[in-house]
Design a protein around this ligand. Structure first.
Ligand SMILES: *Cc1c(COP(=O)(O)O)cnc(C)c1O
Length: 376
């Protein structure tokens, strides 16, 4: 049982769709599927803009979202309060961008005021883009994208490029209502399908920047992808089986409804957090900035808990990354996760803590707190 922030559990209908023989990527049948999938992707992004499908993981989608709209030496602000923010700084540096890392401590949210100050004082309008990880998976912190984006809009020139890999399909990311320029995501997170596809949604202002952007690009040339997407196709052989599976997953999401999907993720986050607190564990992110899709827990027993819950209950939870390795573990509740899964994970965690001699709470406290939160 996977309770990690990607790959996430895959529904049986999706697995069965994956088992079908591949069809030709230039066939009429496949073109129809692409058209339907693209319409549904727009729905999930709450956008009328292009949403392009790439055969890549989320990092590829983000790299494409960065390199297509910028030129060598451009100044970019990168929000960095965890592993993924750090990765986007590294991508920017690899491509020779003038990268300003706007840091916050891991476990704390980015401070929108720092972005406001930097953007307001940029009178020459030399900042070309602001890159934000919405839900920072390494820490379970959700950044205040809406407020940071408002400061970007006030600046007027800079693009906002968003890593929505663990927020899209779990939390509200209304691309058009907020005026986000580039939104990247990956298949193995909220989409309920395996790893292998990346998605980049691109707005008009970014397409304007594309015309003059001069960073090297070939496989990830989004202009080429856009041209083919207009014919419900892709420039290169896409992962046809994954697109077929995606259609099934997106249909399931449509019938659940966006609001219900967001509400479910929030309830699961609240139940997991309530249970952790009731069992005497410390939450790494505060309530006010808790991601709905992932809960990070700080404890010196992190690795013992992970190996015990795996051994006794066959449940996989994620460890801490970099300096958090050994002192944090992370529970993913993203995508195809039900109340039953949450109660299973919480009760197994409770059993694990008892095995490890955590005696500071009464048996049943975690499960009870989770049930109360799920019912509230
Ligand atoms: C998983 C993830 C990614 C993408 O990672 P890949 O391994 O390339 O799919 C990017 N950003 C965040 C916040 C993630 O959680």
């Amino acid at each position: 049982m996977l309770m990690i922030p990607g790959p996430t559990p895959v529904p049986e209908q999706v697995l069965l769709a994956l088992a079908k023989s591949p069809i030709g990527h230039r066939s009429g049948d496949f073109t129809k599927i692409m058209a339907d999938v693209t319409a549904k992707l727009k729905w999930i992004h709450q956008t009328e803009n292009d949403v392009l499908i790439l055969t890549a993981s989320g990092t590829g989608a983000m790299e494409a979202g960065i390199i297509n709209f910028l030129s060598k030496g451009d100044r970019v602000l990168v929000g960095e309060n965890g592993k993924f923010g750090e990765r986007w700084s590294e991508v920017c540096e690899a491509y020779g961008l003038d990268t300003v890392r706007v840091k916050a401590e891991w476990g704390k949210p980015l401070d929108p005021e720092v972005f406001r100050e930097k953007l307001e004082s940029d009178r020459e309008k030399s900042i070309e883009a602001v890159i934000i990880t919405h839900s920072e998976t390494s820490t379970g912190v959700v950044n205040d994208l809406e407020t940071i984006n408002r400061h970007v809009k006030a600046h007027g020139k800079a693009l906002i490029i968003v890593d929505a890999v663990t927020s899209l399909g779990a939390m509200n990311v209304p691309m058009d209502a907020w005026g986000l320029d580039v939104v990247a995501s990956g298949s193995q997170k909220g989409y309920m399908i395996p790893p292998g596809l990346g998605f980049v949604a691109v707005g008009e202002k970014a397409w304007e920047a594309y015309k003059t952007a001069n960073l090297p690009r070939y496989y990830f040339d989004l202009g080429k992808a856009r041209k083919d997407a207009k014919k419900d196709s892709t420039p290169f052989t896409t992962s046809v089986n994954m697109v077929v599976a995606l259609q099934v997953a997106l249909k399931m999401m449509e019938s659940e409804g966006l609001e219900s999907i967001f509400a479910r993720h929030l309830r699961h986050s609240q139940a997991t957090r309530a249970a952790a607190k009731a069992m005497g564990l410390s939450l790494f992110a505060e309530d006010s900035c808790a991601s709905a899709s992932i809960t990070a827990i700080a404890t010196p027993d992190a690795e013992k808990i992970r190996s015990t819950i795996k051994k006794h209950f066959d449940i996989v939870m994620a460890g801490g990354q970099d300096h958090l390795n050994g002192s944090v573990f992370r529970i993913g509740h993203l995508g195809f996760v039900s109340d039953r899964d949450i109660l299973t994970a919480v009760s197994a965690l409770e059993g694990t803590l008892k095995i490890l001699g955590h005696d500071g709470f009464t048996s049943g406290a975690g499960v009870g707190a989770a049930i109360a939160a799920l019912n509230s």
